[in-house]
Design a protein around this ligand. Sequence first.
Ligand code: ZN
Length: 244
Amino acid sequence: MSIREAFASAGSLWEQQPGLLRTIVCADEQPAVLRVDGVIRLDHEHNEVRLVADYDVSATISEGFPTDVPQLIVRNPDPSGFYPHAYEDGRLCLGVDGEMSLILARADNPLEAFFEEIVMPNLYAVEFFRRYRTMPFDDRSHGEVGVLEFYREFFNMDRDRAVLELLRIAAGKEGFRRRNRCPCGSGRQLGSCHAGAVEALRYNVGKNVLLSDCGIATSALGLTKALGAKDATRARLKGHRTHP
Ligand SMILES: [Zn+2]
């Protein structure tokens, strides 16, 4: 799907969010970039806490969409001063790249899914933090350890060495041979064990994203080994990884 098609088919998004203005930048040149600027109305409920607020945002959607996950800058209220998961320019750390790629790849309309399933929960977290100075979701660590945690969940596997090996196969750093023994330790062949999960990543997530997550998860494993999981999470809470 080209970004023009994604743009054109996101009708319900434009209807529900009339404050969002969309423009295609450099449409005649390559690569094209789509920008969605304006006011988005947050209206989201979690654990019976409903938050409603207006956020002035700017999303940049590159031609590699949906394999490349868009970036989101929040202009007002500027989260960089109070929210721990924002960069200085107001850009939000939206989540684990591979996880977001999977959400977008599986969606009927990836642009709507980006706003509904990724932007909204993130803005909810910003607004929740702005009001209560704590995060609304305590599901996963942030930064490098959070990336490793996502792949643990994805492969349903708590042995980190095996998680990394499966991720290396998905990223093409190691050969994908169905007859090889599966790294998870089940004793079965990869083809009748974790091959489906590996393939879901290979088909739905860009190789650059997988390679990048692979590097991050490898470094997270080093951290958790050196510091213990909790301290590693704490150590990375301040310094978010920078996106390429
Ligand atoms: Zn397996």
